[in-house]
Each structure stands twice: as structure tokens, then as C-alpha cells.
Design a protein around this ligand. Sequence first.
Ligand SMILES: Cc1cc2nc3c(=O)[nH]c(=O)nc-3n(C[C@H](O)[C@H](O)[C@H](O)COP(=O)(O)O)c2cc1C
Length: 207
Amino acid sequence: MKRASNPESQSFVVDHALRQTSRKRPDMRKMPIRKAFTLLEPGPVVLVTTRDGGKNNVMTISWTMVTDFTPRFAMTTGPWNHSYAALRKTRECVLSIPTVDLLDQVVGAGTCSGSDTDKFEKLGLTPVKAEKVRPPLIRECLANIECKVIDIIPKHNILILKAVAVHVDRSRREKRTLHAVGDGTFVADGRRLNRRKRMRSKIPDGV
Ligand SMILES: Cc1cc2nc3c(=O)[nH]c(=O)nc-3n(C[C@H](O)[C@H](O)[C@H](O)COP(=O)(O)O)c2cc1C
């Protein structure tokens, strides 16, 4: 992969072969769906992929919420984003969890529109065929949660998502996720602290 000649564009040029939707998921291992909420509970910034009219798109979302252990998630977005029409029409998306090394892609996907930009190409992200939905996984991300949109609450611009498959790249060394402060700055994960024994009664079986 090499950088585009215009450094201001923040875009990357990737090999043509890499840009094609790949059927291979060599490093992505399946995660039990009951554990999907553990990917979102820490509140990381996510990349949301959609696919409409044969075209992939990706946008950045920081307003997400775990709603229960089933797992269902809430996400706030609306008609101001190009992705919203695809979410409403296809009722499918993938929540991809980026790590700190993808900060420029996170900002890039959230500052231009799929209406006039192929963001996968511009940002050097590789779409990988999902298992149960049409929008792609993102190869470069730590984890990918395939979701169905099961409800839309227009009054509050909230979409309710249900995970249908989860993939985690266990070979990835960088596991620190990003948290948006909301003022253009981000916080990266710090040290993991373990209180599993004391919280046992609150943790679902198998998690
Ligand atoms: C860090 C970050 C967080 C964002 N979080 C949200 C969000 O939670 N909800 C939302 O509607 N837009 C959010 N955005 C804005 C969208 O990602 C942005 O409008 C994007 O260009 C939409 O892409 P699209 O038009 O291709 O759908 C965020 C942007 C950034 C950079």
C-alpha cells in the first residue's frame, strides 16, 4: 500500500486486487453472538458499513449503546448522512471496530460522503464478504458485527440493531480501540483492569 501523492487528501492508494471484495477471512474468527456486546460496551468509535445498489459505503459513528445481552444495540444517525437511506432500505449494516492505528480512516469516513466518494478506495479499507448480510466486513478492523436493523425510531433518530454474526481478528496485535470526546479529540484504551470475580453475578453465562 502506498500513500497518494496529495498528502492533504489523507487518502491511500491500494492495489486493485485488495480493493475487490474479498471472500477470504483468514484472520477473522467467529465469536459467539452472546459475547458481541463486549465489543461495544466500552463505547468505541465504530465504522458502519452499508451496501445499496451494489455500492459499499462506510461512515463513522460514536453514538452507540448496548441495550441488553441478546445482543441488541442502539445507534443514532439520520437523514443528514448518505448511509441512512441504505440503512432504511436494506435494513442491514456491519459495525466494524477500528483500533488506534486506524484513526485517520475513522476521521476520513466521518468527514466525507458516500454520495460522491468511494470511501473504501479513498481510505484504503478492504471490504470482505460478510456471512449473513450484504454490507461488507472491513478487513483492517479488530472486529466486525453483522447486524440487521430491527427497528427505527425517527422521533429520536435511533436505530435498533440485532447482531447476527460476529468476527474477531485474534491475530491482531493492536487491540486498543478509540473513544471520541466530541471536540475533535480521541482517547485510546488504557490498561485493562479485572474485577470479574466480584462481578460474577452480573456477567451472563459464557461471557
Ligand atoms: C468521530 C466521528 C464520530 C461521528 N459520530 C456520528 C454519530 O454518532 N452519528 C451520526 O449521525 N454521525 C456521526 N458522525 C458523522 C458521520 O460519520 C458523517 O456525517 C459521514 O460523512 C456520513 O457519511 P455518509 O454521508 O457517507 O453516510 C461522526 C463523525 C466522526 C468523525
